[in-house]
Design a protein around this ligand. Structure first.
Ligand code: ADP
Ligand code: GN1
Ligand code: MG
Length: 370
């Protein structure tokens, strides 16, 4: 048996699935964790599925703290959902502990693994074909923030320090350019220049936060469309997943990261940039639904800064992809050479589009000010 298979076998034995395991296959399109779908066959029922994940050691240095956050947040969400008459087994993740009673299992190679029930009868979309579908994800992410309003933010660990600190991301990017350890800087001079021309932008949200205009809230921080499971029948955004980065943060970043990923019709690594365009209708639909989901709790200043959230999350993500390309693809999973540079290029194309539509985006969000 190959080493990887042996490890997977060891991990499968560490959990009690309540029925024989009939298979475990790689699953999903996340860039960070290693995700497997585990199939079991209970005697008289149909197959029950689970999501088994090895948390990325490159991204998360402290899986114990990460799981502490996730258990705290999922327990709290479950109780809030029940209070509102919802079904916590479909609307919130639930951590299943390994047989040793710990929050996660550490394998003999040091890998940290966690288990969730598979939320059935849901669909995970990689792109939004219609404004309605995108709006459903916005409502769900807005609601997620609202449900966590009363959660004591100070008890959350910072699972990735400086995660959306765009100034810090810029500094790390400059280091990577200066070191140019693989000699790749020559392939991306245009992209490097694009960032340097926007150096000041990297401070806009942080300055507003430091000035007390933008409050710190409990936020998700990774609000891609594929981090919400949509009900197969109703199309409602049912369950928010990928809770690794739930931390204190800015509401505009949760809004912005969704726009970055979802308000266009192309893949994040599309190589034909003529296909990569901001869709203002999708932006409009998401804005209304996200604000509806937050239950009107955002301050006017937060609403005013929403376009900045979109632009900065897109610029920051492009900077992160470019940095990873320069240092040798250490962080984001790749399936081909140059993929992180391609991803960076789509982000910068979207940033340029947002700049072009800036006054329109501002007018759309301003309609929602109280
Ligand atoms: P990553 O951080 O690598 O993106 P995710 O936690 O988002 O990892 O999981 C990757 C994919 O696995 C998701 O996009 C989704 O398709 C699927 N997934 C994760 N958790 C569940 C779940 N509990 N039920 C059903 N599908 C899930
Ligand atoms: C990663 O984990 P996933 O694939 O949902 C990354 C995000 C990036 C995104 C780009 C923990 O998201 O920050 O915006 O890729 N997550 C982490 O697609 O770094
Ligand atoms: Mg994900």
């Amino acid at each position: 048996m190959a080493a990887a298979e042996q490890t997977l076998q060891e991990v499968l034995e560490a959990f009690d699935f309540g029925a024989p395991v009939v298979g475990a296959i790689r699953y999903g399109q996340g860039h960070i964790n290693d995700t497997f779908c585990v199939h079991t066959q209970p005697e008289d029922l149909c197959c029950r599925r689970f999501i088994l994940q090895r948390m990325s050691a490159a991204a998360f240095k402290r899986p114990d703290q990460l799981m502490d956050n996730i258990i705290g947040v999922t327990d709290y969400l479950g109780r809030e959902i029940e209070k509102h008459g919802g079904d916590r087994s479909r609307e919130a993740l639930e951590v299943i502990r390994p047989k040793n009673g710990q929050p996660y299992y550490t394998d003999s190679q040091g890998g940290a693994w966690r288990l969730y029930p598979f939320v059935e009868h849901t669909i995970c979309y990689q792109s939004a074909a219609t404004p309605e579908l995108f709006a459903a994800s916005g409502r769900a992410f807005g609601r997620f923030q609202r449900l966590l309003q009363g959660y004591p933010a100070e008890t959350l660990y910072e699972t990735i320090p400086n995660f959306h600190n765009t100034e810090d991301r810029l500094a790390k990017f400059k280091d990577a350019v200066a070191q140019n350890k693989l000699g790749r800087a020559k392939d991306c001079q245009k992209e490097i220049q694009f960032v340097l021309e926007r150096e000041k932008d990297c401070s806009v949200a942080l300055e507003a936060m430091r000035a007390g205009k933008l409050p710190i809230r409990v936020t998700h921080n990774d609000t891609k469309l594929n981090n919400v499971l949509m009900d197969q029948e109703t199309g409602v955004g049912m369950c928010i997943i990928d809770l690794d980065t739930v931390m204190p943060g800015l509401a505009i970043n949760d809004f912005g990261d969704s726009i970055r990923f979802g308000a266009n019709h192309s893949a994040e690594d599309e190589t034909d940039l003529s296909k990569v365009n901001l869709d203002v209708d999708l932006f409009t639909a998401y804005t209304a639904a996200f604000l509806e989901g937050t239950g009107g709790s955002l301050a006017n200043a937060e609403i005013e800064y929403l376009p900045w959230g979109a632009k900065l999350m897109t610029l920051e993500c492009g900077i992160r992809f470019l940095t990873d390309y320069l240092v040798g693809d250490e962080y984001f999973h790749i399936s081909r050479e140059g993929q992180n540079l391609d991803r960076c290029r789509t982000q910068f194309k979207l940033v340029a589009d947002m700049e072009e539509h800036w006054s329109q985006l501002q007018a759309i969000v301003n309609q929602h000010q109280k």
